[in-house]
Ligand binder design. Structure first.
Ligand code: IPM
Ligand code: MG
Length: 364
């Protein structure tokens, strides 16, 4: 029995997560995997129900599970909540609590979606890269983090965030990236801001050291501003891109524009005993409850769960192939719509199409 904690969260989170669960059940039936899904509230939903964005019980449920499927958290309703209780805190508690320091965000431009890409088709064609984002360190977690009076004038304050990395934190994420590169096209681009930041200079030194352990992997350093440019100018040069927490957050949204929609991107957060799987997109409060969100990022996160937590490559591929096949047949959610061949569907129908394909192993 494979126990999966389902924390769907806020906004479109529950809608897209339901489709990921549906597709995982279909894969389970086809490949003989028995899933048990346990649901719990997280983010704003937990805040409303219990006064905290994640309860100790929910964290414990996630810790005990084989994998966690997460939707999205947050929304304007909770924007005025004090920082320690914001819905996003639940994400950080989960990431830290599960020790998932390595966030993998694969970005593939699927042929049927070439037209939907934000860049020209000849630039986007064939893009197949993975962003390896450090997830439990850097400025997201660094201390001190506070506000204090500057003392120079009444009402004058300074806000302090701290960007800090240790050699251990850098080495463990680099190891994940080198190992991944070794299994792919053996090319690694490490992104930093070593012309300005001390933490980046340490990062770069550690990359140099580890590169000696992986002579088969070709390594390049790239400054983050240039990386932002190169991602839209010549994205095919990237195979594995490894970077620190905040840079990875920003660059992965940018890379999503290549794939046609932020709604397409899945992610896997690894490094602990339990894997955490979530689409890269947010809670999209503007379209929540309308049944038109793109569930493919969540569904593809389910494929990553099959691959990384269960080691079931065949089932993972079956889900990925089903997504491609359904898109090739012209089915699109609103975020991807456009073009004459479009067959517009909602969240639920899209999930049903993929699930059906997975179950039969071919088109209906
Ligand atoms: C992401 C999101 C989160 C992050 C937010 C919701 C805190 O943008 O997973 O990329 O910044 O890590
Ligand atoms: Mg982000």
């Amino acid at each position: 029995m494979v126990e999966v904690a389902v924390v769907a969260g806020d906004g479109i989170g529950p809608e897209v997560t339901a489709q990921a669960v549906r597709v995982l059940r279909a894969a389970g039936e086809r490949f003989g995997i028995e899933f048990s899904f346990q649901e719990a509230l997280i983010g704003g939903a937990a805040l409303d129900a219990y006064g905290v964005p994640i309860t100790p019980e929910t964290l414990e449920l996630c810790r005990r599970s084989r994998a966690v499927l997460l939707g999205a958290v947050g929304g304007p309703r909770w924007d005025r909540v004090e920082p320690e209780r914001r819905p996003e805190q639940a994400l950080f508690a989960l990431r830290r609590g599960l020790g998932v320091f390595a966030n993998l965000r694969p970005v593939r431009v699927l042929p049927p979606l070439l037209e939907a890409s934000a860049v020209r088709p000849e630039v986007a064609a064939g893009v197949d890269l993975v962003i390896v984002r450090e997830l439990t360190g850097g400025i997201y977690f660094g201390e001190p983090r506070r506000r204090e009076p500057t003392g120079t004038a009444p009402g004058s304050v300074r806000a302090i965030d701290t960007l800090v990395y240790t050699t251990e934190e850098v080495d463990r994420i680099l190891r994940v990236a080198f190992e991944l590169a070794r299994k792919r096209r053996r090319s690694l681009i490490s992104v930093d801001k070593a012309n300005v930041l001390e933490s980046s200079r340490l990062w770069r030194e550690r990359v140099e050291m580890m590169a000696r352990v992986y002579p088969e992997v070709e390594v390049r350093h790239m400054l983050v501003d240039n990386a932002a440019l190169q991602l839209v100018r010549a994205p095919r040069q990237f195979d594995v891109l490894v970077t620190e927490n905040l840079f990875g957050d920003i660059l992965s949204d940018e890379a999503a524009a290549l794939a046609g929609s932020l709604g397409m991107l899945p992610s896997a957060s690894l490094g602990g005993r339990v894997g955490l799987y979530e689409p890269c997109h947010g809670s999209a409060p503007d379209i929540a409850g309308q049944g038109k969100a793109n569930p493919l990022g969540a569904i593809l996160s389910g494929a990553l769960l099959l691959r990384h937590s269960l080691g079931h490559e065949e089932a993972a591929r079956a889900v990925e192939e089903a997504v491609e096949a359904v898109l090739a047949e012209g089915w699109r959610t609103a975020d991807l719509a456009g073009g004459s061949q479009t067959r517009l569907v909602g969240t639920d129908e899209m999930g049903a199409l993929v699930a059906e394909y997975v179950q039969r192993g071919k088109a209906a």
